[in-house]
Design a protein around this ligand. Structure first.
Ligand code: PEP
Ligand code: MG
Length: 859
């Protein structure tokens, strides 16, 4: 291969762009140029001339593909400073001028002028030697490659290495806009070959939605598909058929010509499985009401409220330009992209029709190689992941916005939407508090835990999300704030104008828009009754809770902050059954210092005093709760990965420092330590060993417990009980892991029911195991605050209920109305039932019988 430029050869590792430095694009060498005219390094055909004229590919007669890329990040110059001397498809001789460029302008505008000469189909090469030092354009040999002996050793004919289709007239009435582009890109990704869509001299990477969009196709445009690589012929035939059939879009001229039944000729192609079906099978979305004003969802936090709609507008995100090094920033970016993908997939599962197609297009954008390459290139200059990502998606969106087609301009909105989602995840730590008018019912697709915890409960009356589930962290925080919340609500809620009057029923999971006068009056009366009931409960909140037959139940609080500890005491909490210590670790760039943690634990212990128990749960992150300063590799199944105690055992330094901070607070109160997500005795023993060492060092000891939130822990409760002082049952996770239903999944939310008899059996086993060894059992999951579940938990022998602060008074009042022996009989009966539906129906009957008895007594 001849030097295409004069200059100094530089090894690829030194190119400030990981896709080149790590040889992701191909293998070869880079040149720091002193000349300004790019010459052909070998004879062959120009198979690609990028429309921005900064890159070009030549395929030699031997089938070697050589990509020459002038500079780094020069795609953003959009052709400025480059003058092509050849056209795509031309045959060129070695040494022939290909592109002239203005080296000064490019050096001023791009991160680097280093020019890469790469063999992109490495499978065609068995060995390669690269020269070093100064080279002269068109004269020096820079690279020698030995061709692989058997390019077609697998029997594939030589013609498979490169193929081009006939011209296809695009049948799509709007050209290849986002959705058909996403379908084409998904199909192209099913092949190993490099696949391009060609329109005259324009070419687009068929695996990149953005590149296809930038081709700005129009109906009836003549497109050819070209491919090079091992399965080129198959790729060309499948993609050509897909394009001819309308790329998965209905209502195309292809369909009109051939009828819908013949509109899918790609089904026999190898990629058929990855092409979304033209008509998705109907899936169950949220339930629909016959009254279009009534939007149904699932209860996430009880209560009834009248208010006005405020759609969540996310505050502009502050982004630091400088990053913490390529590797760390790349890891951040990967985690955010993965999290965004999970969020979109969860929403997609709950949506059908057009909405799910749009989400498909968003998923494709998240995996768009050009978009990601551009962001990664930005990291090379020491920029942060958030900064580089914002630059990348904004520049793509801007380019789309400058196109003539209004449809393509609209697609810029998709790019900004999905880009903003990732940016929010990358920079979530810096989003400001949510601003809204008093009396607002805030609506969004989802609230992050940090958004929910920054709410001003004085202004926000209620929350409503189209995503999430009742055990999601946002729902937990809404309950902690005492704000009614509904999740998994009909997506029509997102279309309600700000200021629309609504009634939000958090108990029933309903959002009613534009209530009429009678409905407003009824809602006001119900709110009044509830307020009176709450007032009565609050008046008795500080008294202990005992059943009518004298059985004492401790009612404690779930908290995350010192303020909540103070509120818990004021509202009758007999202790803290769960301090979610991770709230101290979230929403920041670095881990809290030992001293900072100790300050918080000391303040909480002081607020509770020595007579109230304080259970501090050690850090429960991993899974969906990720920390920027604790990079963990992306996981396919984060909820089944390095989560809870597993994270702490991976980072014993963090665990030790947290335990030392807890031990500092121990002399001030009745401090207990609790380990989350224990699945085996080995995990408990490993964590205890560390605690024992730290206790010896500090000369202080505390009581130790574990959360029972994994079925395996419930099943070995007896064995675990021998080695701890107490249990606390996390019904949110116990339900998720018993029923194999993601706790945040909007579609599964109504099914992920902690009153499922299987979950009840595990709770019962846990209590038996603990009591057999004289240990106490609490429940700190959401079930403890569900009024219908309280008698069931009491009947199974639970000793403590730990609930959100606003629920303390109501739970105590409820306990006082129950008789233990009735609860025990009820629990026995329910454990024999088969489904959650049967359990709920039995409890509902009980409720109406109790209501009838109370009414009779009043008479
Ligand atoms: C639970 O899983 O029930 C629990 C209390 O823990 P968290 O909700 O914090 O995961
Ligand atoms: Mg849990």
């Amino acid at each position: 291969m001849l030097a295409p430029l004069s200059g100094v050869l530089v090894p690829l590792e030194r190119v400030p762009d990981p896709v080149f430095a790590q040889r992701t694009v191909g293998d070869g060498v880079s040149i720091d140029p002193t000349s300004g005219e790019l010459l052909a390094p070998a004879a062959g055909r120009v198979t690609l001339l990028h429309r921005a004229s900064h890159a070009l590919a030549i395929t030699t007669d031997e089938g070697l593909e050589i990509l020459v890329h002038i500079g780094v990040d020069t795609i953003t110059l959009n052709g400025k400073g480059f003058t092509p001397r050849v056209r795509q498809g031309d045959r060129v001789a070695a040494g022939q001028p290909l592109i002239s460029f203005d080296a000064d302008l490019i050096a001023r505008s791009a991160p680097s002028l280093l020019t890469q000469v790469l063999i992109t189909n490495r499978e065609r090469v068995s060995g390669m030697s690269v020269a070093t030092g100064l080279v002269e354009a068109g004269r020096s040999i820079i690279l020698q490659a030995d061709l692989a002996a058997a390019a077609a050793a697998d029997g594939s004919p030589a013609t498979e290495t490169a193929a081009v289709s006939e011209e296809i007239r695009l049948p799509n009435r709007q050209g290849l806009h986002a959705r058909p582009a996403a379908t084409v890109a998904a199909a192209a990704k099913g092949f190993r070959a490099d696949v391009r869509l060609l329109r005259g001299a324009d070419a687009a990477n068929a695996k990149s939605v953005t590149a296809i969009l930038l081709l700005a196709t129009r109906p009836n445009d003549a497109i050819r598909v070209s491919a090079s690589g091992p399965d080129a012929a198959a790729a060309v035939s499948a993609l050509a058929a897909l394009l001819a059939a309308g790329s998965g879009e209905s209502g195309t001229t292809a369909e009109a010509a051939s009828g819908p039944a013949r509109g899918a000729p790609v089904t026999a192609a190898p990629v058929a499985g990855s092409v979304p079906a033209a008509a998705p099978a109907p899936a169950e979305g949220p339930a629909r009401s016959t009254d279009p004003r009534k939007l149904l969802g699932v209860s996430a936090s009880p209560g009834l409220v009248l208010g006005k709609v405020a759609q969540l507008r996310r505050a502009s995100i502050h982004v630091e330009e400088r990053g913490a090094g390529i590797e760390r920033e790349r890891a951040h970016l990967d985690v955010a992209l993965e999290r965004a993908r999970q969020q979109i997939e969860a929403q997609r599962a709950a949506n059908i029709g057009a909405a799910s197609k749009i989400l498909d297009a968003h998923l494709e954008l998240l995996a768009d190689p050009e978009l990601i390459d551009l962001a990664v290139a930005g990291l090379a200059d020491g920029r942060s992941g958030a900064y580089a990502w914002r630059e990348a998606y904004s520049s793509y969106a801007t380019r789309l916005e400058s196109l003539a087609s209004s449809l393509l301009r609209e697609r810029a909105g998709d790019v900004r939407d999905v880009g903003g989602r990732v940016l929010g995840l990358l920079a979530g730590v810096t989003t400001g508090p949510i601003e809204c008018a008093p009396g607002s019912i805030l609506i969004a697709e989802e609230f992050s835990p940090s958004e929910t915890s920054s709410l001003d409960a004085g202004k926000v009356q209620g929350l409503c999300t189209t995503g999430g589930g009742p055990t999601s962290h946002a729902a937990i925080i809404a309950r902690a704030l005492g704000i009614p919340a509904v999740c998994g609500v009909d997506r029509a809620a997102l279309g309600l104008a700000d200021g629309t009057p609504v009634v939000l029923d958090g108990t029933e999971g309903v959002l009613l828009r534009d209530p009429d006068e009678a409905e407003v009056t009824r809602a006001r009366a119900a709110i009044g009754r509830l307020a009176a009931q709450r007032q009565g409960e609050r008046a008795a909140a500080s008294a202990p809770a005992a059943t009518t037959d004298g059985h004492r139940i401790e009612v404690a609080a779930n908290i995350g902050t010192v303020e909540e500890a103070l509120a818990a005491v004021a509202q009758g909490g007999e202790g803290v059954g769960l301090l979610r210590s991770e709230l101290l670790f979230l929403d920041r760039d670095t881990a809290p210092s030992e001293e900072e943690q100790a300050d918080v634990y000391r303040a909480v212990a002081t607020a509770l005093g020595r007579e109230r128990r304080l259970v501090i749960r050690t850090l429960d992150v991993g899974g969906d709760k990720r920390l920027p300063y604790l990079p963990l590799p992306p996981e396919e199944n984060p909820f089944l990965g390095v989560r809870g105690i597993r994270t702490s055992l991976e980072r014993p330094d963090l665990l030790r420092s947290q335990l030392r901070a807890i031990l500092e607070a121990a002399p001030l109160g009745d401090v207990h330590v609790m380990f989350p997500m224990i699945a085996s005795l080995d995990e408990l023993r490993a964590a205890r060993r560390i605690l024992d060492e730290e206790q010896r060092g500090a000369g202080v000891s505390v009581r130790v417990g574990v959360m029972i939130e994994v079925p395996s822990a419930a099943l070995i409760a007896g064995q675990l009980a021998r080695e701890v002082d107490f249990f606390s049952i996390g019904t949110n996770d116990l339900t998720q892991y018993t029923l194999a239903m993601d706790r945040g999944h909007p579609k599964l939310a109504p099914l992920a029911d902690a009153l499922h008899p299987a979950v009840l059996k595990l709770i019962s086993l846990t209590v038996e195991g603990a009591h057999a060894h004289g240990k106490w059992v609490g429940v700190c999951g959401g079930l403890a605050a569900e009024p219908v579940a309280v008698p069931v938990l009491l009947g199974m022998g639970v000793d403590e209920l730990s609930v959100p602060v606003p629920a303390i008074a109501a739970v105590k009042a409820l306990v006082r109305r129950l008789a233990l022996r009735d609860c025990q009989a009820l629990a026995r009966e329910l454990l024999g039932l088969a489904t959650a539906g049967e359990v709920r129906a039995r409890l509902a009957r009980l409720g109406s019988e109790a209501g009838a008895t109370a009414a009779a007594a009043r008479r």
